[in-house]
Ligand binder design. Structure first.
Ligand code: FAD
Length: 349
């Protein structure tokens, strides 16, 4: 980058850093250096960083808590903007029910294969359809903070996402799932910075939400804030589910030096064709004989085959090799195509 552009960038974003190792900002602990790295702590700074990158034609990437991403060993050529803009408030209380679970939305459920090895939640599942309270939350808010805050305020709904270490922005962009629930079940609207640097509001119905999908993954729309709908429901049950669900995840899934599930679970329609007992991607990987498979210093988790763990000195290139191998083996054995749930980001975009 030319020196004068660099100085302009530093003038506009005084706290910007150079050559920052991305491995320090992802739960996988993988990724080389970003040319530039900026942590936005206020909405004004967040918006300014995005506008600045666009105005100067610098490739940029918005990072939440780095729990669903694999950066390249060579890092990222451009600016990584880490969104640390946090905060939540109750913005409206309704006397009547204003939300509902969308029964038409595509959800991939995982039928239990073996409760000792794979998550079992049938006994915990229920639907609380009150949706009487609107909460406004900044996209950089850690999801776990939001859940604890809402449960303390006697608001039910988010207990299904216990233990997921991402930000609200990441939860919306990837429409995270917990049991049979999707984050979009609770969304009312999302405020984004569009490609023309205008703040616009997108209603849930226009978000193209499905299992692990939303339009925010594909379009140049940066999530700034959201309004979600929670319920004054059975708070004791919600708190119980929150603790119990998290405990079950802790027993069955690895928690450190990994992102979340590497692959999406299959849909019930797809697995029906091959007659397997479950939709869980982990089960298929285990059946393909890859549990514990190691390449370099990364390994398919012994705890849960849909997780890859970094043993310490891992490399992104080895994760990519392992992903390729898993896809090939599952395809050969079952004829099914696994699709990545994590984002594999190239060095240049
Ligand atoms: C131990 C563990 C357990 C997990 N369990 C689950 C689970 O049960 N269910 C599940 O669905 N996921 C799970 N995950 C995956 C992950 O936590 C979620 O996908 C999470 O929501 C990602 O949020 P993040 O802030 O970390 O996103 P990042 O990893 O930082 O980013 C992911 C993507 O979101 C985009 N993004 C982030 N913020 C914004 C924004 N403001 N505007 C636009 N795009 C944005 C990024 O650009 C990137 O494309 C788990 C992860 C771990 C490590």
């Amino acid at each position: 980058m030319k020196q004068d552009l660099k100085s302009k960038l530093k003038k506009l974003l005084p706290d910007i850093k150079e050559n920052v190792l991305l491995s320090d900002y992802t739960t996988f602990r993988l990724g080389g250096p970003a040319d530039f790295f900026y942590e936005a702590k206020t909405q004004k700074d967040f918006v300014k960083a995005i506008k600045t990158s666009r105005n100067f034609g610098i490739p940029f990437f918005v990072l939440g808590r780095g729990s669903n991403i694999l950066f390249d060993d060579k890092g990222f050529r451009g600016l990584v903007i880490r969104n640390l803009v946090c905060g939540a408030r109750i913005s409206k209380k309704y006397k009547k029910v204003v939300g509902h679970f969308d029964t038409k939305i595509n959800r991939a459920h995982f039928a239990p294969a073996d409760p000792q090895k794979y998550l079992q939640f049938d006994d915990l599942d229920y639907e609380q359809e009150l949706f009487d309270t609107e909460v406004e939350v900044f996209a950089g808010t850690p999801l776990q903070f939001l859940i604890q805050w809402s449960l303390e305020k006697n608001l039910c709904g988010l207990q299904w996402f216990a233990g997921i270490p991402g930000s609200v922005g990441g939860a919306i962009a990837y429409n995270i799932h917990g049991g049979t629930k999707l984050f979009s079940d609770y969304i009312k609207e999302v405020q984004v910075l569009d490609k023309n640097n205008k703040l616009i509001t997108i209603k849930k119905e226009k978000g193209n939400f499905a299992y692990d999908k939303s339009r925010f993954q594909k379009e140049d729309l940066i999530i700034v804030k959201a309004k979600i709908l929670l319920s004054h429901g059975d708070i004791l049950r919600a708190r119980y589910v929150y603790k119990e669900w998290w405990q079950r995840k802790l027993k069955i899934q690895p928690q450190i030096n990994c992102p979340g599930s590497i692959f999406k679970n299959f849909s019930p329609e797809v697995v029906k064709k091959v007659g397997s007992p479950t939709t869980s991607a982990g089960w298929f990987i285990e059946q393909a004989g890859l549990k514990g498979k190691k390449i370099g210093n990364v390994k398919v988790s012994e705890k849960h085959a849909n997780f890859i763990v970094n043993l310490g000195k891992g490399k992104a290139k080895d994760v990519k090799k392992l992903i390729k191998l898993i896809k090939e083996r599952v395809k050969n054995k079952f004829g099914l195509d696994l699709k990545e749930e994590i984002l594999v980001l190239p060095e240049k975009i």
